[in-house]
Design a protein around this ligand. Structure first.
Ligand SMILES: C[S@@+](CC[C@H](N)C(=O)[O-])C[C@H]1O[C@@H](n2cnc3c(N)ncnc32)[C@H](O)[C@@H]1O
Length: 229
């Protein structure tokens, strides 16, 4: 997933209107795919991340950055501390996404969120089809469609379907990234026993059109933005 989130970061930052000199907050920053883009654009950057491991990784990757170990639902910053608060691929993982968005709207004038679209993110769609072929129920995750994202962020939001590509040298390159265990799809693969994993690998290869060399997958994410009047 890292390959996709790194590519998504500049597209999402453009959508949110992040410009040099702005104060920006990366909510659910993970290991910093978006944080790096915000820092690159200049200005005052802060990050919120509930995982102790990821917060430590952020502190070591961005020395001096204001990193707080916290969820979005209770952000430890005063009202209007930022021009923009962004949550890239995070709202589906929040325990209370509505509260998280409200907090982001309290601390920043502009709020932007995005999540992969269930059907239009080619990698996740192929994994869903693979699971179905193996008789495993569809991966149940909220905020994977335009309507859910729109409902979450509220009336008057600006919406856009963002699109990015990720390149793979071959299927093995794709599979080894997945079998590294990153993200919900990776966690699923890692939890399989050897026989199930071999079956899943073969089915996923088939679902991706049996690529015999380099290939590209497209990821599309719904992004929504609100700006306080
Ligand atoms: C798929 S990762 C995305 C990380 C990063 N934004 C990126 O684009 O690479 C989801 C992140 O959301 C974080 N997270 C989970 N629950 C959260 C919450 N309630 N508030 C904020 N972040 C949360 C996770 O710890 C994880 O770092």
């Amino acid at each position: 997933m890292g390959r996709f989130s790194t590519r998504l970061a500049p597209v999402f930052a453009d959508f949110a209107g992040v410009e040099p000199g702005m104060r920006s907050l990366d909510v659910g920053a993970g290991t910093g795919a978006l944080t790096a883009e915000l820092v690159r654009r200049g200005g005052e950057v802060a990050a919120a991340e509930p995982s102790a491991e990821f917060a430590a990784a952020l502190r070591s990757r961005f020395p001096g950055l204001d990193v707080r170990q916290t969820g979005a639902e209770e952000l430890p910053w005063a009202d209007d501390s930022f021009d923009v608060a962004l949550a890239q691929l995070v709202v589906a993982f929040m325990s209370d996404a509505a509260a998280g968005v409200r907090e982001m709207q309290r601390v920043a004038g502009t709020v932007a969120v995005c999540m992969w679209d269930r059907e239009r993110m080619e990698m996740l769609a192929a994994i869903d089809r693979t699971r179905a072929a193996l008789g495993v129920s569809r991966w149940d995750s909220p905020y994977r469609s335009r309507v859910e994202i729109e409902q979450l962020i509220g009336d008057g939001a600006e919406l856009e379907l963002l699109e990015v590509d990720a390149d793979y040298v071959d299927f093995e390159d794709f599979w080894s990234a997945l079998a590294g265990g990153v993200g919900p799809a990776g966690i699923w693969v890692v939890a399989l026993d050897d026989e199930q994993r071999a079956t899943a690998r073969a089915e996923l290869f088939r679902q991706l059109g049996e690529p015999d060399g380099p290939f590209t997958l497209t990821g599309r994410a719904w992004a929504a933005k609100t700006t306080r009047a």
